[in-house]
Write a protein that binds this ligand. Structure first.
Ligand SMILES: NC(=O)c1ccc[n+]([C@@H]2O[C@H](COP(=O)([O-])OP(=O)(O)OC[C@H]3O[C@@H](n4cnc5c(N)ncnc54)[C@H](O)[C@@H]3O)[C@@H](O)[C@H]2O)c1
Length: 360
């Protein structure tokens, strides 16, 4: 009886302990390997789980019965995105939040890691470029180290930015990219490229079960309204009666994936049982110019909304469109939400938040 109590106590203690670093041998000695526990839900860590994509992923994981731990430093994430899971009617005992920076080592007992922590919008990742690189490199090393210790599966959310300003259209996973290594975006682009390298080296060297997703532009409810990304910019501007700003002449193209499609793709990648690790493009191959996007936002929000043109930002790729044949073939995945439908759902959310803000 006593032995069982001690084992239970240890198990609980080691699940939530924060590591003092790799050299902390005393603590390491108490760590137990993650393993399937009969009757217990899968324990899934989502770094960056309070952010836009992460919070939708958390919803889906909780809905299918997983135990979810969010680890986030709340740089761009928000409590509003996840707080309902902490309320009375929440999935009791299956949701935990840890305020922590992935650049510092951390230790929890888990079966799977979805590693999302990293600011994704240019405004945020350029705010402190050195920190962005640390997050991508040191943060990913910490997350990989944790997965290795726990023998957990590890999924990295990489980005279409690894293709830089691509010379191939559409971009296939076999394309190595055209990135300016010393440009303003390099902290993110090269950071993610290095994160991919680290994931594959952990796989080759340590046999870690990894997955790498290259995400293309994603939009939807809960995007930060001030993140400078084109869809959130247009929607917020149109709703607030301001002109929609187009950087450049508006002929550059992007593809826009609705967030629920992305979440389905990430989970299909993590769960596939054919050992497919990627990298794999997850995006919507529909290609729109910025002007076409502005027209669609006008149609949903305000047909009278105005458009203004501004000088383009440095290293802005002129075209970006995913080739998703690999995801179709290996995961049986493809996006299903049309841009018009996704925009409507996003507009409802933005409208609610703008009204909430006005009422404060
Ligand atoms: N949204 C997209 O269009 C898109 C496209 C390509 C790749 N991605 C990738 O998907 C992931 C999520 O993107 P998102 O759009 O949800 O961005 P987001 O900025 O909304 O979310 C990122 C989350 O990570 C947290 N975070 C940032 N730095 C951290 C750190 N050092 N320690 C702990 N937490 C930290 C933030 O607080 C936030 O909650 C990112 O890795 C991003 O690179 C997103």
């Amino acid at each position: 009886m006593v032995a069982r109590d001690v084992a239970d106590w240890r198990r609980l203690a080691t699940r939530t302990i924060m590591s003092g670093g790799d050299g902390d041998a005393k603590r390491r000695a108490t760590i137990q390997k993650a393993r399937p526990r009969a009757g217990e839900p899968r324990r899934v860590l989502v770094t960056g789980g309070a952010g836009f994509v992460g919070s939708h992923l958390v919803d889906a994981l909780l809905a299918r019965g997983d135990h979810v731990l969010v680890l986030d430093n709340f740089f761009t994430g928000s409590h509003r995105n996840i707080e309902r899971h902490l309320r009375e009617d929440a999935p009791k005992g299956r949701f935990e939040v840890i305020r922590h920076d992935v650049v510092e080592p951390f230790l929890v007992e888990i079966d799977e890691v979805y590693h999302l922590a990293c600011p994704a919008s240019p405004i945020h990742y350029k705010f402190n470029p050195v920190k962005t690189i640390k997050t991508n490199v040191v943060g990913t090393l910490n997350a990989l180290g944790l997965a290795k210790r726990c023998k957990a599966k590890f999924l990295l959310t990489s980005t279409s930015e690894v293709y830089g300003d691509p010379l191939e259209h559409p971009q296939k996973e076999s394309y190595w990219g055209n990135v300016n290594p010393i440009g303003e975006r390099a902290c993110y682009d090269e950071g993610k490229r290095c994160a991919e390298t680290l994931a594959f080296d952990y796989h080759r060297e340590h046999g870690l079960d990894i997955r790498v997703a290259r995400i293309f532009n994603t939009y939807g409810p809960r995007m930060a309204m001030d993140d400078g990304r084109v869809v959130s910019n247009f929607v917020a501007q149109a709703l607030e009666g301001k002109p929609m700003t187009i950087y450049g002449d508006g002929t550059q193209t992007r593809s826009f994936q609705y967030v629920s499609d992305l979440v389905a793709g990430l989970m299909a990648l993590m769960d596939n049982d054919v050992g497919f690790i990627g990298p794999v493009n997850l995006g919507n191959p529909g290609e729109f110019t910025m002007l076409e996007l502005a027209e669609k936002v006008r149609a949903v929000v305000d047909p009278e909304a105005k458009i203004v043109f501004c000088e383009n930002t440095a290293d802005d790729p002129s075209r970006r469109k995913p080739d998703i044949s690999l995801a179709r073939e290996k995961l049986g995945w493809e996006p299903t939400v049309k841009l018009e439908d996704g925009l409507r759902m996003m507009v409802d959310d933005f409208r609610e938040r703008i009204e909430e803000r006005a009422a404060r």
